[in-house]
Ligand binder design. Structure first.
Ligand SMILES: Nc1nc2c(ncn2[C@@H]2O[C@H](COP(=O)(O)OP(=O)(O)OP(=O)(O)O)[C@@H](O)[C@H]2O)c(=O)[nH]1
Ligand SMILES: [Mg+2]
Length: 362
């Protein structure tokens, strides 16, 4: 079936027509305000809106011709909205519908950003800044998408704590909630620093609660042939750091604890305190509930927050949580990890890389 066009005085009415004719699973290909006089029924000042849609694609014996099929293939399909989703948006995002009147083409982009998990208030902010709600005939969807992505890029800050040509010793600690991947991330970093950047590395564990945790880090240290020392208190810490003073980089592993365990956070503040120049990197898993992620950043952030390390990207398709987090508590992103393999599954964060992670989730 060829794409069909439906025209009505409001977008809502046009969508209702599509639903009636093609059903709730139909896909919206385009939504627009009709230009010039076509946009106004004779003798009135009212606008007309046009929605182009196709029935849902059935993979087995599809009746959709190649042109419509190509519309629906691959990543483009993920940017299209079904009538079901559109109705959901209409019922739950009331204020937006008055505003998209100016540029109905924005609807699919709006839905796509929401589907990636970006908070609705931030989606509106990005679209506002990209001029999506202006009545501009030149406001084609491709331009709009480009401008919106540029707005998202503006809020993504990145940093690399281990710049290749940095001569000064770097001492970096990694902390965060339980099981987010702190020790594994340190192992990945240590391996990459040793093998690719030819740095000398030392490891310190201040996980004084669990024997197994120290063993986990020691195992990685043995494989890499780097020293690994425990530090249970401030005196141990000074001793460990002095033993490792010839190392280019010292990585400090910490015990995972609940972000509501204030005693533990205070303990960390004492151990990693300001008297020693230790960088502070917060490790967060993108699989964590966002409210808890924000609370973790808030509470662990008391230590200081040089950067975020986002882990377990391989376990989450909707990665908008990263954008929401850096919008709420601002800090650059240093690394992202996407799997359990040591040392492969880690990447230094780049602005464009983070944007790709959001939208390229195959
Ligand atoms: N899928 C996936 N798993 C990961 C990733 N990073 C770490 N893990 C796994 O998460 C689990 C916990 O990793 P750890 O490195 O021990 O986590 P931790 O934060 O040190 O844990 P605690 O010290 O107990 O707080 C292990 O099974 C890791 O293999 C990642 O990027 N993706
Ligand atoms: Mg650990």
């Amino acid at each position: 079936m060829q794409p069909k066009k439906y025209t009505a005085k409001t977008i809502q009415d046009a969508i209702a027509l599509v639903k009636e004719d093609l059903g709730a699973d139909a896909m919206i290909l385009d939504t627009r305000k009709l230009p010039g006089e076509y946009g106004r029924p004779v003798g009135t000042n009212e606008l007309l809106f046009e929605v182009t849609a196709v029935p849902e694609q059935k993979p087995e014996h599809s009746a959709i011709p190649p042109t419509a099929k190509s519309y629906l293939s691959g990543s483009i399909r993920s940017e299209l909205m079904s009538i079901k989703e559109m109705l959901y948006l209409m019922n739950n995002s009331g204020s937006i519908w008055g505003r998209v009147k100016m540029n109905p083409g924005v609807i699919n982009l709006y839905g796509m950003l929401l589907r990636k998990g970006i908070d609705e208030s931030f989606v509106q902010q990005f679209l506002e800044k990209s001029g999506a709600f202006k009545d501009d005939e030149e406001n084609g969807l491709d331009h709009l998408r480009e401008r919106t992505f540029k707005e998202i890029l503006k809020v993504i800050k990145t940093c690399n704590p281990f710049k290749a040509n940095n001569k000064k010793q770097i001492i970096a600690s990694f902390f965060g909630p339980t099981g987010v991947g702190k020790t594994t991330t340190i192992a990945k970093l240590a391996a990459n620093l040793c093998l690719k950047q030819k740095k000398s590395v030392g490891l310190v564990s201040i996980d004084n609660y669990r024997v197994a945790a120290m063993e986990q880090l020691k195992t990685y240290a043995r494989i890499l042939g780097v020293p690994c020392l425990p530090a249970f208190n401030k005196k141990d810490m000074r001793f460990a750091l002095s033993r490792l003073k010839d190392r280019d980089v010292i990585l400090i592993d910490t015990a995972g604890h609940s972000h509501y365990d204030y005693d533990h956070i205070n303990e960390l503040i004492t151990l990693l305190g300001d008297d020693i120049p230790i960088e502070k990197h917060l490790v967060l898993s993108v699989t964590t509930n966002e409210t808890e992620m924000e609370a973790a950043a808030e509470n662990f952030g008391r230590l200081g927050l040089q950067s975020y390390v986002f882990t377990k990207l391989d376990e989450a398709k909707s990665r908008g949580a990263i954008i929401n987090q850096i919008m709420k508590i601002k800090a650059p992103i240093s690394f992202v990890t996407n799997g359990q393999r040591v040392p492969e599954d880690i990447a230094a964060a780049s602005k464009i890389g983070v944007l790709r992670l959001l939208f390229d989730t195959r």
